[in-house]
Design a protein around this ligand. Structure first.
Ligand SMILES: [Zn+2]
Length: 446
């Protein structure tokens, strides 16, 4: 035994159950040191192999790998309650653009803090924030990174390249400005253990060909992923076909924007040649089922993508087109949507949905999370298997994807640091909650 005065080399987490190696494992142990998983396996063997490490008993708990929110716009939480029951164009002109024009840097950052805290308490441990309120600089994005740091969220800051002149001026830059600012942002956050800067040309409707090409070059230069909205609505497919004689995915490919770096957001209005192209290039897709349903976009062809070996992750999208921040909800929605679309209850199973919400998102974003396995980041969450939503036991992955309620979430860790206890974010400033509860920034509805 180690003396009490001697610092332990690490911790051994001891849940009653864990989802590891693609199966529900009883009496599991996860050894954690330096923010990473050192070992994962049956409890007796792991404990024997780590004498002197601090045991952390997690009785009546199921330990799950942290979920990955592959696509979000954190500031849009401030529009929650304003954009529902609308279609894309009306939502964009009535809610998104006017509110975007009004937000201060503090409001963006405080909104982000609330959105990230809301995600954490639903078991999300990493998020890609697709950020375009740039004001031709990097200070707003740095404020969002600070918000993630404050609450303990792992962040991929997908810094947008945008130049369509129909949008608010504060989204827009020239290609050279966008490249320069993204370079500066990456330099400012270099070495940050929890934040990664990636490149994000907005979409075929929000970025011109020169802007998309500048983003492709920046992603090469900085060696990052390349996030791009594509084929979300039917209108975009028709518009790009009419203008360029190619599908949106094929047109992006002509600009060099479909590659192993690419994280294609939505990909709803795609067909078999698009799927073959995405598979061929090694690009990934982020599926946002709740957002697609709220805006009436359509149903993404997820089984066809998975059949081709394409990496598919899940995203919540913004807080006013969902309106939840739970990847667990997206797993449930993803599976149910494919079942109803195919009129086949076997169209997608719970394990596939869970894999998309963890490993799929992690691989799409290129970050070392999503598994309770040695060598991966110690990002995890523990749920109470005695919660009414998980009875009767023993827990299955079906319990997790279809039944688990937020009331079951007990603890969440990011890089081995606890960020949620008893279901509550530990590091959220209560002042943010008071501020948001009486926020006067919504303005008149347009
Ligand atoms: Zn989006």
């Amino acid at each position: 035994m180690t003396q009490a005065s001697e610092a332990a080399a690490g911790e051994v987490w001891l849940p009653d159950w864990a989802w590891a190696d693609g199966a529900m494992q009883p009496a599991w142990a996860v050894a954690v040191a330096g923010g990473r998983i050192a070992a994962s396996g049956p409890a007796p063997a792991i404990q024997r192999a780590h004498p002197g490490w601090r045991a952390v008993p997690l009785p009546r708990r199921l330990l799950l790998p942290g979920t990955v929110n592959g696509h979000s716009h954190s500031f849009q939480i401030l529009m929650r309650g304003m954009g529902e029951d609308d279609n894309f164009f009306s939502w964009r002109s009535r809610v998104l653009y006017p509110v975007s024009e009004r937000l201060s840097r503090n409001e963006m950052a405080w909104g982000a803090e609330l959105a990230f805290a809301d995600m954490l308490r639903h078991g999300v441990t990493a998020v890609a924030d697709f950020f375009y309120l740039n004001d031709r600089g990097i200070d707003n994005a740095l404020a969002v990174a600070e918000a993630a740091r404050a609450v303990g969220m792992r962040l991929v800051l997908a810094r947008t390249f945008y130049d369509w002149d129909g949008a608010p001026a504060r989204y827009r830059e020239t290609p050279a400005e966008a490249a320069r600012n993204t370079r500066a942002l990456a330099a400012a956050l270099q070495g940050d253990p929890l934040t990664t800067v990636q490149v994000a040309p907005h979409s075929p409707h929000g970025a011109s060909a020169p802007m998309i090409e500048a983003a492709v070059a920046a992603a090469e230069e900085l060696d990052t992923k390349l996030h791009v909205h594509v084929a979300e609505g039917e209108y975009e497919r028709q518009q790009v076909l009419a203008q360029h004689g190619a599908s949106p995915v094929a047109w992006l490919d002509q600009l060099g924007a479909v590659s192993r770096r690419s994280v294609l957001i939505h990909a709803v209005w795609t067909d078999a040649p698009d799927w073959d192209l995405i598979a061929d290039r090694g690009a990934a897709v982020i599926h946002n089922p709740a957002s697609n349903m709220i805006l009436g976009d359509g149903i993404a062809p997820v089984p066809a993508l998975l059949d081709r070996g394409i990496t598919v992750g899940l995203g919540t999208d913004g807080g006013c087109t969902n309106d939840r921040h739970s990847v667990l909800d997206e797993m449930r929605m993803a599976a149910l949507l494919q079942k109803v679309h195919a009129r086949d209850g076997q169209a997608m199973d719970a394990a596939t949905a869970f894999r998309m919400g963890t490993i799929g998102g992690a691989d799409a974003l290129g970050i070392p999370v999503g598994r309770l396995e040695a060598g991966w980041a110690a990002d995890a969450w523990a749920v109470d298997v005695g919660d009414l939503s998980l009875l009767p036991g023993p827990p299955t992955i079906g319990h997790v994807v279809y039944a688990l309620a937020a009331t079951a979430v007990d603890a969440v860790w990011v890089a081995g640091r606890q960020v949620v206890a008893h279901g509550q974010p530990l590091h959220l400033d209560p002042e943010r909650v008071r501020w948001a509860a009486s926020w006067q920034g919504r303005g008149a509805r347009g």
